[in-house]
Ligand binder design. Structure first.
Ligand code: NDP
Length: 289
């Protein structure tokens, strides 16, 4: 199968590599050097123009937000052909993706939103969990391609449903990271050793990915890697908040989480990692980790 892949960032670069193990993959990236490197290292075909990616059976986008996806769709729509499949793996906005699905349907192109979870390590090891919105037929087509990227591929509902659950589940993670950092700070101030505090938490009901993996790396080992931009996490929580607003839902925890993350983003800047919100938790208490 021929696949056009657009967006070779932290997630897209390894995802396109796995697809190339079985398919002919044509790559395009805004910063061309990355696409050149991908082509050189993984035998993918370098697109001369972004529209070359439409000369394929399927197009896959892995971009920051739905805004960039819309820009890409504007550019390549004239080159898309009836019967093609468009997979948007971006963690996008379900309202935007529903519109994109309708727009592409007019061209006879199937659309699925297929955001992923599992971080860069999951993209590298092809162990992502992938949540898909779209028709059952489009889901089956997308699944047959994305099985090279993930172990768990779930059909969530119609177009937009994948993006909706992705934003909601990342919001759960955001709130969990924040409250865990707060409680760990209090434990530290109380004089409890951080390693011990995590050991107890992880042996009990406070356990989460934040307490088992994300925070110990930073607060015990003192390593603060950039694995997922805070700007992207903030975007996910804002999407969740807007969905809640549309449903007229009462979600004070979600609203608070969104406010905290947006404040942290303004404080830490565009290039910060999402777990650096723990630094803000400490600063709010006049201290550092
Ligand atoms: P990166 O910032 O690493 O990569 C973004 C990609 O989008 C790059 O290829 C970048 O090109 C491209 N891009 C940015 N702006 C534009 C534009 N205006 N036009 C065309 N291309 C553009 O992000 P990630 O790979 O980390 O994230 C991608 C998506 O995956 C996001 O929606 C994110 O929320 C989601 N995600 C990320 C996870 C993670 O752990 N990192 C985990 C799960 C989901 P260039 O190289 O030129 O900058």
């Amino acid at each position: 199968m021929k696949i056009g892949f657009i967006g070779l960032g932290a997630m897209g670069f390894p995802m396109a590599r796995h697809l190339a193990s079985e398919h002919e993959v044509i790559v395009w990236n805004r910063t061309r050097e990355k696409a050149e490197r991908h082509s050189r290292e993984h035998g993918t075909k370098l697109a001369g123009d972004i529209r070359d990616c439409a000369n394929a059976d399927a197009v896959l986008t892995m971009l920051p937000t739905s805004r960039e996806v819309d820009e890409v769709v504007d550019l390549i729509a004239p080159a898309l052909r009836k019967g093609m499949l468009f997979i948007d793996a971006t963690s996008g906005d379900p309202n935007a993706s529903r519109q994109t699905a309708a727009r592409l349907a007019e061209l006879g192109v199937d659309f699925v939103d297929a955001p992923v979870t599992g971080a860069i390590v999951g993209a590298e090891n092809a162990t992502l969990t992938i949540m898909i919105g779209g028709t059952s037929a489009a889901f089956e087509r997308a699944k047959d391609i994305l099985r090279l990227n993930g172990k768990t591929i779930i059909h969530v509902g119609e177009a937009g449903a994948g993006h909706a659950i992705k934003a909601l589940t990342n919001s759960i993670m955001g709130a969990t990271v924040w409250i865990t950092a707060e409680c760990m700070l209090v434990a530290k101030q109380y004089g409890i050793d951080m390693k011990t505090a995590f050991a107890v938490t992880n042996a009990g009901s406070g356990r989460s990915n934040a307490s088992e993996n994300l925070l110990p790396t930073r607060l015990v080992e003192g390593k603060w890697p950039l694995v997922f931009k805070l700007a992207l996490h903030d975007k996910d929580i804002r999407i969740a908040t807007s969905i809640a607003h549309q449903q007229h839902a009462s979600t004070p925890m979600l609203a608070l989480t969104s406010q905290l993350f947006t404040g942290a983003l303004h404080e830490l800047g565009d290039q910060a990692d999402y777990i650096e919100v723990a630094k803000i938790v400490a600063r709010m208490n006049g201290t550092e980790w």
